[in-house]
Design a protein around this ligand. Structure first.
Ligand code: HEC
Length: 218
């Protein structure tokens, strides 16, 4: 250590000189101390908040959540997801409300159908397939040529799913109504293909599901 001491006009009193590097020993500026202690406090809070107690979500978790939300929005609808929704009382109740408001006019109060309008949705016979995904497809895109409107633009994803869930609860309840149309659909065996179908790109899978015709069945 060099004993030479001088006072620098910027640094103040020079205490040490090593290899011509002069060192003073001033108090640290308040802004610097605040930044320093602030960083320590921030680090502790961060550690406890995110790691120790897991209160906050880390970026990978936020990412996973967002992916799941986006996935849910894509609404991959399957026979299984619709069957599950049909067990959800509030979804079915919402679906029934939609049915009474929008479908009643052509399919009547119990879904038994109306002459010259919509078919009976409670019998075994289906024009466009009776599997959940088939019904979902019919309701989503409608049958313009026969007067069945496409419901996706009106009811949205959620509404369509709910009303389909409701139809699944009245399916095969055989309410006397409009005469059978289409082909017999039996629950169970016919649902073989469970590949997910995007509801924005419906595919008709009814034909591959082993239908019997009305005449061969009766
Ligand atoms: C303006 C009349 C009308 C309204 C309203 C209507 N439908 Fe239909 N619906 C029809 C007609 C007509 C058909 C028969 C289409 C065919 O034969 O190809 C049909 C067929 C269907 C089918 C297929 C039946 C089968 O045998 O494959 C389903 C499911 C269905 N409607 C559900 C609904 C739901 C759910 C609503 C309400 C959100 C609704 N419909 C509202 C007229 C209507």
């Amino acid at each position: 250590m060099n004993e030479v001491k001088r006072t620098d006009e910027i640094q103040g009193e020079i205490l040490h000189v090593y290899d011509d590097i002069e060192e003073a020993d001033n108090n640290l500026p308040v802004w610097w101390l605040l930044t320093f202690y602030g960083a320590i406090v921030f680090g502790l809070v961060y550690w406890f908040y995110y790691h120790e107690y897991g209160i906050g979500k880390l970026p990978p978790e936020v990412y996973a959540d967002k992916m799941a939300a986006a996935e849910a929005e894509r609404s991959i609808v399957t026979d299984e997801s619709l069957d599950a929704l049909a067990l959800d009382e509030s979804a079915v109740a919402a679906g029934q409300e939609i049915f009474m408001a929008q479908c009643f006019a052509c399919h009547d109060a119990k879904g038994q159908g109306r002459e010259g309008l919509g078919p009976n949705l409670t019998d075994k016979y289906w024009v466009h397939g009776g599997a959940p995904i088939d019904i979902h497809e019919t309701v989503t895109t409608g049958v313009a040529a026969k007067g069945m409107p496409p419901w996706a633009p009106i009811l949205g994803e959620t509404g369509v799913n709910q009303v389909v869930a409701y139809i699944l609860t009245i399916r095969n309840t055989d309410v006397p109504g409009k005469a059978p149309e289409g082909e017999i659909w039996e629950p169970g065996g016919a649902v073989a293909d469970d590949a997910p179908t995007m509801c924005t790109q419906p595919t008709s899978r009814a034909a591959s599901r082993g239908f019997a015709t009305v005449s061969s069945a009766s």
